[in-house]
Design a binder for this molecule. Structure first.
Ligand code: RIB
Length: 291
């Protein structure tokens, strides 16, 4: 079982001809609103990958539909509270190459209280996972509690925050970061990549594939080349699939391959949570890609 303490956002997504320059007013080509947030995307990816996931987070009255969408995807939503504060949201611009930039409003995501986390984790058993990112508050509290309870802790260092990294890292088994975040983590800790003090380190390196260090073992997975339409949520899809596959007993290499294929499929579709592929589609994609 994977407990995911994570953000739930309303994503406002604009297709733009280019990213706006300072002072520029830019007309978008299209707009849609959907479920997002690194945490929610990861929970959906875990559920679609065949994993069992319980989300811990907070929304406002304005996004009860977001909780419904998570539930409809198979996520246990009993750990999500509804507050009097607005739901977090993201303004996402996507350019013609599929690249994005994102502005976040935290809203209810940073109003998760300790009592809520302990109540949700009270159902956990040793060997379960706690997954967390940096878009919610009380991450260090949750990670410490999970470690004390014998859970494995996976931490995605995004959006990067040096202080949170230093606070949470002592409780982490698996650290996940992209290349830029890894460089910032090395700077923040004053250590080279190989010396980052975690049992397992997963690094996604964009077009260069992904690497995984697990104790003394090292793994590498190349990308599945695709034409990108929207890269938003690709990292969330990757870690969600990866951890779900590990949790159902796949080897790290199998989990990496499945995660890379899922992330590749995601970038061929517009949107975040809604564009995260189903396991059956990932499996047939791998067969056709012949990787
Ligand atoms: O990783 C993509 C996500 O980052 C978006 O869904 C947005 O809400 C932000 O949290």
């Amino acid at each position: 079982m994977i407990y995911n303490l994570g953000s739930i956002n309303i994503d406002h997504v604009y297709s733009v001809p280019h990213f706006p320059a300072p002072g520029e007013t830019l007309l978008s080509n299209s707009y849609f609103k959907g479920l997002g947030g690194k945490g929610a995307n990861q929970s959906i990816a875990i559920a679609r990958a065949g994993g069992q996931v319980a989300h811990i987070g907070a929304i406002g009255q304005d996004a009860l539909w977001a909780r419904d969408k998570l539930a409809a995807s198979g996520v246990d939503v009993s750990g999500i509270t509804v507050l009097e504060s607005p739901t977090g949201h993201a303004i996402i611009n996507v350019d013609p190459s599929g690249e994005n930039n994102i502005v976040l409003f935290e809203g209810a995501n940073v109003r998760v209280v300790e009592r809520q986390i302990s109540a949700a984790l009270a159902k956990a058993s040793p060997g379960d996972w706690l997954l967390l990112q940096n878009e919610v508050n009380n991450g260090a509290y949750a990670a410490r509690l999970a470690q004390d309870m014998g859970l494995k802790v996976a931490y995605v260092a995004a959006p990067f925050d040096a202080e949170k990294l230093r606070e949470i890292l002592p409780f982490v088994n698996l650290l996940s970061a992209n290349e830029g975040e890894t460089m910032m983590a090395c700077q923040a800790l004053g250590l080279p990549e190989d010396d980052i003090p975690v049992e397992s380190l997963l690094i996604t390196r964009g077009g260069q594939g992904s690497s995984y260090r697990d104790g003394d073992q090292r793994y590498f997975q190349p990308i599945f080349p695709v034409e990108p339409v929207d890269t938003t949520g690709a990292g969330d899809t990757f870690i969600g699939y990866f951890i779900a596959q590990l949790d159902v007993g796949k080897t790290p290499q199998q989990a990496l391959r499945m995660a890379a294929a899922a992330a590749a499929l995601k970038v061929t579709k517009k949107g975040t949570a809604q564009a995260i592929p189903l396991l059956e589609d990932v499996i047939s994609f791998i067969k056709t890609a012949n990787h």
